[in-house]
Ligand binder design. Structure first.
Ligand code: 1GP
Length: 240
């Protein structure tokens, strides 16, 4: 079970790949370097994906031997080629399509594909700038300086039986999730915490882990500066 690796007391890094932003050559290069640098997971998905998620995963898997996990923006991105799926409930929002609608559409497909589903509370935090996820999900993020609301939301997710929490600033966000929110959610909840959005430097990655993130997700900065992956992984290794 891939989820078991989420619960180990060891910091992990996931590289986010948006299939629409990568040619096959770019996918090969990034997967090879993720394999070499011992990146723990590749997440595949995006708020809006118009190319084939299945094709992208097939290319990634030619070069990357560790788990490839779907991080879908909606039910159309489910692919049997993946190893698991973050079965996301957008619990910071109040849009039923992202709380149950897409789940009903995709559950039979996930079952038939024998994909491991990891029920995950997806919590958007306002980190500056209008993000694609906010627009596409038609939900409002929790304000940056309202840790009490973030903690209450996270607790509700845990009490509903979700198995992980994803604190999301949004891809390409101006800044990363408020460290106070990460700390407070970590203190209040006992399920693994994933943090992503706006992580651009090794120093930020270190800070996020020190606040209590179990898994950090980086995407945009590695698309722009692929060589930074090795510096990011050096931070992960400090915690192992
Ligand atoms: C977005 O958390 C991820 O869902 C990654 O964000 O692209 O800003 O690294 P970035």
């Amino acid at each position: 079970m891939i989820y078991d690796s989420f619960t180990q007391n060891k910091k992990k890094l996931a590289l986010l790949i948006d299939p629409d932003k990568q040619s096959d050559d770019m996918l090969r290069n990034i997967s090879q370097s993720a394999e070499k640098e011992l990146v723990d997971f590749i997440f595949v998905g995006g708020s809006l994906v118009t190319s084939s998620t299945s094709h992208a995963i097939a290319v990634i898997k030619e070069h990357f031997s560790r788990p490839v996990i779907l991080f879908p923006g909606n039910a159309s991105q489910v692919s049997a080629n993946a190893d698991a799926i973050l079965f996301l409930s957008l619990i910071s929002g109040r849009n039923a399509e992202f709380l149950i609608g897409n789940h009903v559409l995709s559950a039979p497909v996930i079952k038939n594909a024998k994909l491991e589903a990891i029920p995950t509370g997806y919590i958007l935090i306002d980190c500056g700038g209008a993000t694609s996820v906010e627009y596409m999900s038609n939900t409002r993020p929790i304000p940056y300086n309202k840790p009490d609301i973030a903690v209450a939301t996270a607790l509700a997710g845990e009490m509903l039986g979700l198995k992980a929490l994803y604190l999301e600033g949004g891809s390409g966000a101006n800044t990363f999730v408020n460290p106070e929110i990460i700390k407070r959610v970590k203190q209040s909840c006992s399920i693994p915490i994933i943090v992503g959005g706006g992580i651009k430097t090794p120093e930020t990655l270190q800070q996020i882990y020190e606040c209590g993130a179990d898994i950090a997700v980086i995407g945009t900065i590695i698309e722009k500066q692929p060589t930074l992956l090795s510096e990011m992984m050096a931070v992960v290794k400090k915690f192992q």
